[in-house]
Design a protein around this ligand. Sequence first.
Ligand SMILES: NC(=O)c1ccc[n+]([C@@H]2O[C@H](COP(=O)([O-])OP(=O)(O)OC[C@H]3O[C@@H](n4cnc5c(N)ncnc54)[C@H](OP(=O)(O)O)[C@@H]3O)[C@@H](O)[C@H]2O)c1
Length: 267
Amino acid sequence: MASINERYAVITGATSGIGYELAKLFAKDGYKLVIVARNQTELDSKASEFYSQYQTEVVTIAKDLSINNSGFDLYDEIKAKGIQVDVLVNNAAQGQYGQFVETDIQRELEMVQLNIVTYLVLTKLFLKEMVARNSGKILQVASIGGKLPGPLTSVYHATKAFIVSHTDALVNELKDTGVTITALLPGPTDTDFFRKAGMENTTMVQEGSLSDPAKVAKDGYEALMSGDASVISGLKNKIQVGMADILPDNVAAKMVEKQMEPSDKGQ
Ligand SMILES: NC(=O)c1ccc[n+]([C@@H]2O[C@H](COP(=O)([O-])OP(=O)(O)OC[C@H]3O[C@@H](n4cnc5c(N)ncnc54)[C@H](OP(=O)(O)O)[C@@H]3O)[C@@H](O)[C@H]2O)c1
């Protein structure tokens, strides 16, 4: 088994928000990093920050993971560098606000590619190696949206439901191996996500209390390291998911719809 200073964690979407906070936790614990996002300047800036703060080696790969085959290309690039991946963090994902009849189908297909297909491809390819070595960990950054109906963000919630369901099944399939997979389910968190998703003016963002991405990342990191199947970050999010489990679907959907309505404060 590689010593901690020779271990690599691959983190998609490590230049901002939850992924950035996760990257810091891995770097602090002595992992070498492969960080992936679209913007090379941001990647370079984060790589030099991680190097100067934690003396950790960082490989940057600029790639748009919403493009067909990008998961396979990323895997090939990492292999070509001779890197053995000990931890995979599938984190890069996007949302899209609006009535499904009005939203842009091309953007939604890109979201399906980014939020589902790329997660699936990277999980498959790295998991094969991990199972062969009987060692490795995968963190799937999902969302409490994966447990809730999502009026006005229907495709986003559906992509996260896919990841939650798939991860639940893999936890069982991997139970007799030395490999673990963990789903992190954050609730609304204070990152750039809402701006990109066109959700900044919703009641949830303007009037709700957003979680600290550093706290969300810490919850995910600890659950990953303990080999837990999943973690919902934050008490109020645990309560919301618990309520949705017992409420009829239409009442749970109404609850989410209210949070998604435009806020007077956001005008
Ligand atoms: N914020 C929330 O309220 C919340 C709640 C529940 C779950 N989550 C989940 O948490 C994860 C991280 O989200 P966040 O809130 O931290 O968002 P964020 O601050 O917007 O960060 C997203 C990261 O992903 C990268 N990214 C976005 N699109 C990409 C693409 N097409 N190809 C490659 N990289 C891409 C971004 O860099 P570039 O833009 O430079 O590519 C950035 O590094 C996501 O899975 C999200 O669904 C977030």
